[in-house]
Write a protein that binds this ligand. Structure first.
Ligand SMILES: [Zn+2]
Length: 122
């Protein structure tokens, strides 16, 4: 049994919760304008670490709110529970967030967008 500490309701059995997959995945803002590879990345490619993982959960049998958890996939120890729109404050969990391959892809996409904007403005 996994005991999850809902930020609004307190500790509850994991049977009250729905797993929502990897945390901090961003849906492409215009799905009809992205390549199949980008869309497949969003839909199908997830981290699958042996160790600390950032996950989305919903208290489906309680307050029905979404939130994030930093959980060790080996020991099932919950390191931190934090709001869905926030980043983890725990240093180890923050490192997992920053080392995720999605952050590198986002940085590259942002750099390309800035370069494109600069070319247009020049
Ligand atoms: Zn709740």
């Amino acid at each position: 049994m996994l005991l999850i500490d809902c930020p609004w309701c307190g500790p509850r059995d994991d049977s009250e919760f729905q797993y929502g997959g990897e945390a901090h995945k961003r849906r492409p803002p215009a799905p009809d304008q992205v390549s199949d590879a980008v869309w497949a990345d969003y839909l199908f490619h997830n981290q699958n670490p042996k160790g600390l993982y950032l996950e989305r959960w919903r208290h489906s049998a309680g307050c029905r709110r979404w939130f994030n958890i930093a959980r060790d996939t080996v020991s099932h120890a919950v390191l931190e529970v934090y709001p869905a729109d926030a980043l983890p404050s725990n240093a180890a969990a923050r490192a997992v967030y920053e080392q995720n391959w999605r952050r590198e892809n986002e940085a590259a996409a942002n750099a390309a967008a800035v370069a494109e904007t600069t070319e247009i403005g020049a």
